[in-house]
Structures are given as C-alpha cells and as structure tokens.
Design a protein around this ligand. Sequence first.
Ligand SMILES: [Zn+2]
Length: 93
Amino acid sequence: MKRAKLYYTNKGYSYIKVTNQDCFDWGGLAICDNCNENMKEDIYLIFILGRALCEKCFKEWCERSKRYEEDLKLQKTNHIRWYKNYGFDVIED
Ligand SMILES: [Zn+2]
C-alpha cells in the first residue's frame, strides 16, 4: 500500500495526487476522466467525483464546484476506504 497525503479543495472536497504509474497499477489508463487527454504527472484522484482528472480539469472543477453538506458527510464516512481501494493509505493532517 502506498502512502498519499490527503488534500482538500477550498470547497472542502478531498483529493490525492497520483502518477500515471499509479493509474496503471490499479488498472487505469491514465486518461483524464473529463477531457480524455493522456496524463503523466499531477493526476488528481477525487473521491466525490469518483474520477481522476488532469491538472487543467481539476482547476476548472475547483472553480465551479459547490460545497454541499451531504457530499461532505458522504465523503467523511467513505473517502478513506475509497482511496484504499486504489491502493493508497492516506495521511490526514
Ligand atoms: Zn482533463
């Protein structure tokens, strides 16, 4: 299990940063789930979306996403296990 630092967007949504090798390791193709571009570094894995995004799409999502308390509640109870399913032991500060 790899260790990953848990980050939060300014709306409160968690994410971790992964590499394309990490994507291959979990059986992914390292293709952005929003724009279908190939990704190398700076891949953002986001629980609440259930998606891996490139840096550009991640930034766009950060701009337009809204903070929903129900989503944050769901995140709180499920995200650690979800990241674990992708092979990451997340570290919360
Ligand atoms: Zn993208």
